[in-house]
Design a protein around this ligand. Structure first.
Ligand SMILES: CC(C)(COP(=O)(O)OP(=O)(O)OC[C@H]1O[C@@H](n2cnc3c(N)ncnc32)[C@H](O)[C@@H]1OP(=O)(O)O)[C@@H](O)C(=O)NCCC(=O)NCCS
Length: 193
């Protein structure tokens, strides 16, 4: 668990291997608040608590996924998922995907999203991944500002990326090179990526 103090708040990011009922309830509330505000998840409409709880319990059971929880003063207010490639995808075994990253609207602006994404990057690098991929709706301007300030490079835009409330929304695709800190450097291994 990484905890930092900022402006009188305690920011924490942890990897969840199990989840207590109280934390799960907070996570479901944060998720629905983010969905209602407009994104961070594939869901467009708020979900009932049971459906969200099933989703997160399911995530914990999937070997290829790691769930990160962000807490503000101890309360779960956001999450992100790191997805590793399946074993049969040898050709892309160097790349992981960051998905479903969000902070509830009532906990934004404290630096938690930056801490959450940075923690996921550190974990991916420590696992030996050289590339982290992510994609985001073009309407998520705060997320785009965050990812670009963290060094993600936009390599493409999909014009028919998502459908939200009857409208087609474009999406941007990003990657970032990671340095595992052991073995050859990513730059020398991957060439001019
Ligand atoms: C994007 C999001 C995660 C940011 O959460 P947050 O906890 O407020 O972010 P932070 O406080 O860590 O701020 C990180 C960066 O976000 C941007 N940002 C934060 N608040 C902002 C604001 N009010 N206006 C513009 N940019 C802002 C800045 O680039 C900031 O950089 P800084 O650290 O140099 O100030 C949050 O707005 C969110 O959940 N949005 C909806 C979900 C989403 O878009 N997810 C990404 C798709 S997977």
């Amino acid at each position: 668990m990484n905890a930092v103090q900022r402006s009188g708040h305690v920011l924490t990011v942890e990897i969840a291997t199990s989840i207590a009922d109280e934390a799960l309830a907070e996570l479901c509330e944060a998720t629905n608040a983010a969905i209602a505000e407009g994104g961070g998840f594939g869901w467009v409409q708020a979900q009932d608590r049971a459906a969200l709880a099933r989703h997160f319990r399911g995530v914990l059971l999937v070997p290829d996924r790691t769930l990160f929880l962000a807490r503000l003063d101890g309360e779960v207010v956001g999450s992100a998922q790191l997805v590793r490639p399946p074993k049969n995808n040898e050709a892309q075994a160097f790349a992981a995907q960051l998905t479903h990253a969000y902070i509830a609207p009532y906990a934004r602006g404290h630096g938690l999203a930056r801490a959450l994404v940075t923690r996921a990057e550190e974990h991916a690098a420590a696992m030996g991944f050289r590339v982290l991929n992510l994609d985001v709706r073009e309407t998520q301007t705060r997320a785009i500002a965050l990812f670009e300030s963290l060094g993600y490079r936009r390599w493409g835009t999909h014009p028919a990326y998502a459908r939200v409330e009857g409208r087609t929304v474009a999406g941007h695709f990003y990657y970032k090179l990671l340095e595992p800190g052991r073995g050859r450097s990513t730059e020398s291994l991957m060439g001019g990526a």
